[in-house]
Design a protein around this ligand. Structure first.
Ligand code: UDP
Length: 337
């Protein structure tokens, strides 16, 4: 029996692949490398000592996906494959709705045809929208501020409805907070296309000299130092959260939702300072206006995952900053040599 990872060559998928293999699972990766690299598979082999079983193709292609299920004895799916750039989703909403929603619908149809009833979904804290107050609990009302966020809200709903209709189905929606860091080998990490949108990849590229300075979007928020506060979580902790969620999913039916965060918020300035201190590098910055759609503070109530999944994030902010920098400095151009 195998666990299928759609989008398994991506940032979170690849780290989850490592943790699943080390927990003894057989895995199959499907990826079309639209925002990842085949080199990831070589790196995974070095880390795990195992050849990675993978298929190069799109989950939008029903014939292709059907063949993957036909050729493998799939027990459960962890569904990472999706577009994820917020700004691009505002400019090209149809691209996002079409890829993220249709991809999920095709996957669910193929799963049904092959009687595969277990799915763990990559959702996001973005589903808490602008109005909820942190710490965020799973029972709060969901909403979104951009098409990317709406795809997460909608897919959570689709999965919940499917589990309601099919009593053999088991669905787990995982709401990620801000994943950063990298595997401690420095062999896999986040490799954004073009200029990064997210804070830590941006800081890393400033530190290495690829970008001139960091723009800090607002220092007049109602937070201790005025800059935005987020719940940053080490990607290896997040990956271990998937293993815990999968175990829980496999012994249940119905639908469940879990926050995967640390439960602590750090400000942009705290991140910059910690990155500089831990790595002995300098990160010049300028203060700019607030970024549209940003909120002051966002962090998880992470108690449900602790109680039900017996999982908590263990790594510190220092670990996250050190591992992000190791990845960046060993791979200045990501997976491109
Ligand atoms: N941020 C920033 N400069 C950047 C990118 C991000 O000041 O170049 C801030 C952003 O305003 C937010 C935090 O860093 O307060 C995290 O942003 P990111 O885009 O990484 O994640 P988000 O929480 O927005 O999904």
């Amino acid at each position: 029996m195998s666990i299928l990872l759609t989008g398994g060559a991506g940032f979170i998928g690849s780290h989850t692949a490592v943790e699943l293999i080390s927990a003894g699972y057989d895995i199959v990766i499907v990826d079309n490398f639209s925002n990842s690299s085949k080199e990831v598979l070589n790196r995974l082999k070095v880390i795990t000592g195992k050849k990675i079983h993978f298929y190069n193709g799109s989950i939008l292609d029903k014939v292709f996906l059907n063949n993957v299920f036909y050729e493998n004895d799939i027990e459960a799916v962890i569904h990472f494959a999706a577009y994820k750039a917020v700004g691009e989703s505002v400019e090209q909403p149809l691209k996002y709705y079409s890829n993220n929603l249709t991809g999920t619908l095709v996957l669910l149809e193929v799963m049904r045809n092959h009687h595969v009833n277990h799915i763990v979904f990559s959702s996001s804290a973005t589903v808490y929208g602008m109005d909820n107050i942190s710490p965020l609990t799973e029972n709060l009302k969901t909403s979104a501020t951009n098409p990317y966020g709406y795809t997460k809200v909608m897919i959570e709903q689709i999965l919940t409805d499917v589990a309601f209709a099919n009593k053999e189905m088991s669905v787990t929606n995982l709401r990620y907070f801000n994943p950063i860091g990298a595997h401690e080998s420095g062999l896999i990490g986040e490799a954004p296309n073009g200029t990064p949108n997210n804070l830590v990849p941006y800081i890393s590229q400033v530190a290495i000299g690829k970008l001139k300075e960091l723009s800090i979007f607002g220092n007049d928020y109602d937070t201790p130092d005025g800059t935005g506060v987020r719940d940053y979580i080490h990607v290896v902790d997040l990956a271990k959260g998937h293993v815990a969620a999968l175990k829980n999913n496999l012994k249940n039916t119905g639908s469940a939702v879990f926050n995967l965060g640390t439960g602590h918020g750090y400000s942009v300035l705290e991140l910059v300072k910690t990155f500089e201190e831990v790595n002995h590098v300098s990160v010049p910055f300028v203060i700019k206006d607030r970024r549209a759609g940003d909120i002051a503070t966002c962090y998880a109530d992470s108690s449900k995952a602790k109680e039900v999944l017996d999982w908590t994030a263990e790594k510190t902010l220092q670990d996250m900053m050190r591992d992000s920098w190791r990845w960046q400095s060993k791979n200045p151009n990501g997976y491109q040599s």
